[in-house]
Design a protein around this ligand. Structure first.
Ligand SMILES: Cc1cc2nc3c(=O)[nH]c(=O)nc-3n(C[C@H](O)[C@H](O)[C@H](O)COP(=O)(O)OP(=O)(O)OC[C@H]3O[C@@H](n4cnc5c(N)ncnc54)[C@H](O)[C@@H]3O)c2cc1C
Length: 245
């Protein structure tokens, strides 16, 4: 029986700035098991006085990387755990984690077929695990990512996405909802039906869709994809919050 729900002590082995408010932490795990892209871990922090709190973080890395996972954490205003992970944690620090968790919002190469990913803000994290896995596994079926961010500077994994988009039939479309650099050719508005139609149409009605981000974005995108012709049973969603609802 797999021990996915037991806590283990992760050690931070590296930190990388992704954007001014987002960092990736590489965690070495003594009891690593391969995750399915889309799954998450719970992180539990315990203070010296015994106060303890936990939050969920999606795995950003591909399961082919053994013994460690990446999590990517975005700063939430007044956030307790995100601020600690971004401002206080350093290489060599240790904290408890358990996982991988989740069996619904997952995609791997065995599912095959056209893949549509829609992400907002840090909602791109589990989608990135899918894209990294897809690249390493050499999946050639078409994939499209629609990624909503507030500004160009807030696009997480920008350079890697550009690289991934040059191979294996991946197309990436961005919408920048607050500010855009001069000469920006992507979308400039919140996700709507017209945008979803543009992005999803080339994949046809057999695409499998994964939507992740703030609750409001997930609801708009899931309803919209149905309206533009994707069957509800082909759409999977993950809401990041607030409070994971
Ligand atoms: C399955 C799952 C996977 C997740 N994966 C990731 C991930 O890969 N990267 C990541 O950065 N986060 C992820 N989250 C969100 C994460 O679990 C925390 O909710 C987030 O880091 C905020 O925690 P905090 O302690 O900093 O904020 P808190 O102290 O809990 O909250 C501070 C304030 O911010 C609000 N708030 C809490 N969470 C959010 C949110 N997500 N968006 C907007 N407002 C919020 C609260 O209502 C409160 O008002 C995931 C959530 C779920 C349920």
């Amino acid at each position: 029986m797999k021990r996915t729900l037991e806590w283990q002590i992760a050690t931070v082995t590296s930190l990388r700035n992704e954007t001014p408010e987002v960092k990736t932490l590489t965690l070495s795990l003594p009891d690593w098991t391969a995750h399915r892209p889309g799954q998450h871990y719970d992180v539990r922090l315990t203070a010296e006085d015994g106060y303890s709190t936990q939050r969920s973080y999606s795995v950003a890395s591909e399961p082919e990387r053994k013994g460690e996972i990446d999590i990517t954490v975005e700063r939430i205003a007044d956030g307790e755990v995100s601020a600690f992970l971004l401002d206080t944690v350093g290489v060599g620090d240790r904290f408890e984690v358990r996982g991988p968790i989740g069996g619904y919002f997952v995609w791997d190469k065995s599912l095959g077929g056209p893949l549509l990913l829609v992400g907002g803000g840090s909602g791109v994290v589990p989608l990135m695990a899918m894209l990294r896995h897809r690249a390493v596994a050499g999946v050639k079926d078409p994939a499209r990512l629609l990624y909503s961010a507030r500004s160009y500077e807030q696009i997480i994994y920008r350079q890697e996405l550009e690289m991934l988009a040059q191979k294996n039939g991946l197309t990436v479309a961005y919408t920048l909802t607050r500010t855009q650099p001069s000469g920006w050719k992507g979308y400039t508005r919140r996700i709507d039906d017209a945008m979803l139609k543009d992005v999803s149409a080339p994949l046809g009605p057999n695409a499998l869709a994964y939507i992740c981000g703030p609750t409001a974005l997930v609801e708009v995108a899931a309803d919209g994809l149905e309206r533009v012709g994707l069957p509800a049973e082909r759409i999977r969603t993950e809401r990041f919050g607030p409070s994971g609802t």
